[in-house]
Design a binder for this molecule. Sequence first.
Ligand code: SAM
Ligand code: SF4
Ligand code: FES
Length: 344
Amino acid sequence: FEIKRIIDQAYDKAQLNKEDITAILAEDLANLDYLLQKADEKRDEICGDEVHLRAIIEFSSYCKQNCYYCGLRKDNQQLKRYQLKSKEIIETAQMASELGYQTVVLQSGEDDYPAEEIAEIIKKIKKTTAMAVTLSLGERDFEAYKLWREAGADRYLLKHEIADKVLYQKYHPGMSFENRIESLKYLKVLGYQIGSGVIIGLPDQTPAILAEDLLLCQDLELDMIGSGPFIPHQQTPLRGSEKGTVEMTLKFTALSRLLLPLAHIPATTALGTIDAEGRQKALQAGANVVMPNVTDGRYREQYQIYPDKICVNEEAGDCRQCIGGIIASLGRYVSQNQGHSLRE
Ligand code: SAM
Ligand code: SF4
Ligand code: FES
């Protein structure tokens, strides 16, 4: 009853202290259904049945960072790398627009793709399609963020990954938690809609740390919050670790909806990878966004963040159809607008 009372408080006030959030995350599954149901109600109240699609172009697998969990990390020399030319990126974006997408997400490893070239790509996409443009390029220098915003980019996705500084440092050698947070704050100042979020189930991550993560997300006034389960990759230092669970990912998704009611929340591909029904479950636990892949089939296998990623044998049109079917099967519908931030 105590946990139910806390969930009700989250539903009514969108506010909980760290102890209460931790208690929900640490509990066994006794109140899981109740939590997911309240989050689904809140989603219905705020977003209705509308689901936003964001088409992802994974345009480069080169990365200079060495995140412990990620298959694209620099030291993974077994991975064959690719980088699309600007013409290919623009053509892929135009194809996504023709498929009906209203947002395109340009994603890559922390590649040194020239900032000016990215700016030109953004301008061209904005000029030739009606899509919103989201960037997910990792940390770049602050002039680049500014240049891209001026070129017309609307949103930036940069997960803070884990709110515990000691673990952040351990899993991100050579990177700094402070710079990540500063980047997010600066992006907001520049007028980007900002998205962040976490990986669920990294080794030594506790419910108390995940509670910190949620409080940080509130603090940052995120427009979008994502959480995907950690999936161990053989060619990384975390190869022997346990993967994140569906239950914890759903709990985090549900609490994201209750504590940041106006955020856009994706049903992640990683969740769809560890559970064939994962995205459906997230869409019924607070999520209102799906991010289908539109990258050319030739490259999908090589963007190997984690193993056995879904959709590597499909093409953009297949995924668009598949997602449409999933959304309709839940009695929901695909939005016809760009799905800008709900905070404004
Ligand atoms: N390089 C950019 C960055 O790090 O922000 C964007 C691309 S990166 C591949 C996108 C996201 O993949 C990261 O934010 C991270 O959360 C996720 N990711 C990486 N490795 C993962 C793994 N093994 N399991 C689950 N998610 C992972
Ligand atoms: Fe590079 Fe991003 Fe993977 Fe880290 S998570 S290794 S920055 S692609
Ligand atoms: Fe790609 Fe279902 S979304 S096949």
